[in-house]
Design a protein around this ligand. Structure first.
Ligand SMILES: Cc1cc2nc3c(=O)[nH]c(=O)nc-3n(C[C@H](O)[C@H](O)[C@H](O)COP(=O)(O)O)c2cc1C
Length: 229
């Protein structure tokens, strides 16, 4: 049996190769600080109108002996200087327990409309009580009720029991009771030590760059390099 291979026309090869050259999303040279670029990607996703949750990120935590777990949370603030990503959760949840024992996290955004991925890794600290209070006050009523009654990540007797408790607290609020932030609810700040921005390009030759910074330095002093994809 013989097989034949069809020759690809030279002009098709040239046109494919030129798409390789035309396609890069990351600036060259790379900026010394990745945070403004990450913020620009975040804002682009926000204004794209393509997502209910443009700020959803996969958050990975791990036990001190290295068993990982991951889930989605919403990044509520992206701070440039000093660099940080803020999310809110229940401190007594599985992620909260893992972060208290091993205060390091990795977060990943995926923005398919622009074929972009952003990875952030670093140590994690709690937001202050004042910050958590201020953000809690901006949350919708049902979210504030939910934060008060949700035994996040723990076994419950029944869903009806939790909803009953939510109705009870909601009724009290309707009668004028203040819905305060429960002490088990609050924020964490990821202080990035490593940021990688990835942008899809033709021929699997994606555009990818890594920034690293000294975790003990307060100054946002990053070293940058391009990575193979
Ligand atoms: C789109 C989306 C957004 C979410 N945002 C949050 C959030 O901001 N904070 C949070 O605690 N859980 C959020 N969750 C729920 C988490 O994914 C997870 O189920 C919960 O936090 C419990 O995780 P844990 O048991 O690992 O602690 C979100 C889930 C989805 C699908």
């Amino acid at each position: 049996m013989t097989t034949t291979t069809r020759a690809v026309k030279p002009n098709r090869i040239i046109s494919s190769l030129s798409s390789l050259v035309a396609c890069n999303d990351l600036p060259d040279p790379l900026p010394s600080d990745p945070m403004p670029l990450l913020a620009a990607w975040y804002e682009d996703a926000k204004h794209s109108g393509r997502y209910d949750d443009f700020n959803a990120m996969t958050l990975a935590t791990a036990t001190p002996d290295g068993a990982p777990s991951a889930r989605i949370v919403l990044c509520k603030a992206l701070e440039l200087d000093p660099p940080a990503l803020v999310f809110y959760t229940i401190y007594e949840s599985r992620k909260g327990g893992e972060l208290e024992a091993n205060p390091r996290a990795a977060a990943v955004f995926h923005w398919p409309h622009a074929m972009r991925q952003a990875r952030v890794e670093g140590r994690v600290v709690r937001t202050t009580d004042d910050e958590s209070d201020a953000y809690f006050r901006t949350r919708p009523l049902l979210a504030r009720i939910g934060a008060n009654v949700s035994p996040q990540s723990r076994a419950i007797e029944s869903r009806e029991g939790v909803i009953g408790e939510a109705l009870r607290i909601g009724a009290q609020a309707a009668l004028g009771a203040e819905l305060r932030r429960p002490s088990h609810w609050g924020g964490y700040r990821i202080i990035p030590e490593r940021i990688e921005l990835w942008s899809a390009a033709s021929g699997r030759l994606h555009d990818r760059a890594l920034w690293r910074r000294d975790p003990d330095s307060d100054a946002p002093c990053w070293s940058a390099c391009r990575l193979g994809a």
